[in-house]
Write a protein that binds this ligand. Structure first.
Ligand SMILES: NC(=O)c1ccc[n+]([C@@H]2O[C@H](COP(=O)([O-])OP(=O)(O)OC[C@H]3O[C@@H](n4cnc5c(N)ncnc54)[C@H](O)[C@@H]3O)[C@@H](O)[C@H]2O)c1
Ligand SMILES: O=C(O)C(=O)C[C@@H](O)[C@H](O)[C@H](O)COP(=O)(O)O
Ligand SMILES: [Zn+2]
Length: 364
């Protein structure tokens, strides 16, 4: 097992990464003085409930915890206020109180939803992240929790840090290949924004990573979490540097919104977004074309898209980007690459440059 700490202001918390950790959860709870007088509520999705949820619930009940079980329909389309309200109802009916703890068992959709539920239920109760997708190495760390609005991603949310993150990498064995690749996009993002040598390491360990070799997976997840934790520790609420974690997301979130969350996974949209951000960096910052080429090459090596095969309205995408959370005084703000492993937040990007890049990424 590997461990690291996220140094946020109120309460630093641990991330545990290893095999079989869900089996050790009751012991970990006891280690954290979480006694059996506290109710637990597992929030999970319809795919994960039969795979891991029911076993986890039985294990916790056997350990003496009163444990509720709330299941949302799997997929991004469920990350909305309607489902949120249903989950609040389940918590109330189960009798969760302010001492209770929510357990988010799933990928980023469950993590964001259950985290937002914890942030707002009775004005805030604790929660624990139990990530089950590769992508969730990103979503389970840093305390951004939210649901979507039809006009865009994560518009209704909060910053609410978990008590701990327990990543049982055995869960990754059942993850569909498409979701594995999707998660790789955020792992690669951590290399692109912070550490060129990590990006190269991923490139060199492609075969082990595709084979979901535990050692390689733990290493990739650990380094991805370490980079994310380093950024979050400097700027928990995104007043500055944290925005670099949004590399590829301005275009990525726009693609997700115009396609009504039904065409791309989050990682696929971010992958196209990073290819776009690299191209925009060349135009706006004069970044070398080698960066653009390497960006595309690495993403494609992991079978991720670097352009859209479907056409979307450029004005609709620009509209979505105008509502991006990084926008200041109605001006587009992008995270751009200066070099591999080094990015910069750039304000006031001319719309013509963005239009040009969208023209290259999206067929008309
Ligand atoms: N809060 C953050 O900082 C942050 C960071 C990155 C992404 N996100 C959010 O995360 C979401 C995407 O998360 P995701 O890619 O994990 O998607 P997801 O949660 O929808 O999971 C993908 C699919 O895989 C299934 N699945 C999950 N784990 C499985 C397993 N071990 N075995 C078999 N099937 C499994 C799920 O049921 C789902 O169908 C997006 O909403 C995105 O906005 C948030
Ligand atoms: O943690 C962050 O900060 C990130 O930007 C990580 C992103 O990968 C993630 O998709 C996040 O949810 C996007 O945040 P948003 O503020 O643009 O909704
Ligand atoms: Zn993301």
């Amino acid at each position: 097992m590997k461990t690291l700490t996220v140094y946020v202001k109120d309460q630093p918390y641990p991330i545990y990464i290893g095999e079989g950790l869900l089996e050790q959860l009751p012991a970990l709870l006891r280690e954290y003085q979480i006694e059996t007088d506290r109710k637990l509520m597992i929030v999970t999705d319809s795919n994960l409930a039969p795979l891991y949820g029911e076993k986890l619930k039985n294990r916790l009940v056997r350990a003496g915890y009163a444990t509720g079980f709330a299941i949302m329909e799997a997929g991004e389309k469920s990350k909305n206020l309607h489902v949120f309200e249903q989950l609040v109802g389940e918590c109330l009916r189960f009798g969760l109180d302010r001492q209770s703890i929510i357990l988010a068992l799933g990928g980023g959709v469950v993590g964001d939803m259950a985290g937002f539920l914890a942030a707002s239920y009775m004005r805030g109760i604790p929660f624990i992240q139990l990530p089950t997708t590769l992508l969730a190495h990103d979503s389970s760390v840093g305390g951004k929790v939210a649901v979507n609005h039809p006009l865009g991603k994560n518009y209704i949310g909060a910053f609410h840090q978990p008590l701990m993150v327990v990543f049982d990498v055995r869960c990754l064995k059942t993850l569909p290949l498409r979701q594995w690749r999707s998660g790789m996009a955020e792992v690669i993002k951590h290399g692109f924004i912070w550490d060129e040598s990590f990006a190269k390491w991923l490139d060199d360990h492609r075969n082990e990573l595709f084979a979901v070799d535990s050692e390689a997976a733990v290493e990739a997840i650990y380094r991805g979490c370490e980079i994310k934790a380093a950024v979050v520790a400097q700027d928990e609420r995104e007043t500055g540097i944290r925005a670099i974690l949004n590399y590829g997301h301005t275009i990525g979130h726009a693609l997700e919104a115009v396609s009504r969350y039904q065409v791309y996974t989050h990682g696929e949209a971010v992958s196209i977004g990073m290819a776009g951000a690299a191209r925009l960096s060349a135009k706006v910052l004069g970044t070398g074309l080698d960066v653009v080429h390497y960006t595309e090459q690495l993403l494609e090596a992991f079978e991720l898209p670097v352009a859209s095969t479907r056409s979307w309205s450029v004005p609709a995408m620009l509209d979505a980007m105008k509502r991006d959370k990084k926008v200041k005084q109605d001006k587009y703000v992008f995270v751009l690459a200066k070099a591999l492993g080094e990015v910069k937040i750039v304000s006031d990007i001319p719309e013509t440059e963005i239009r040009d890049v969208l023209g290259e990424l999206v067929p008309n």
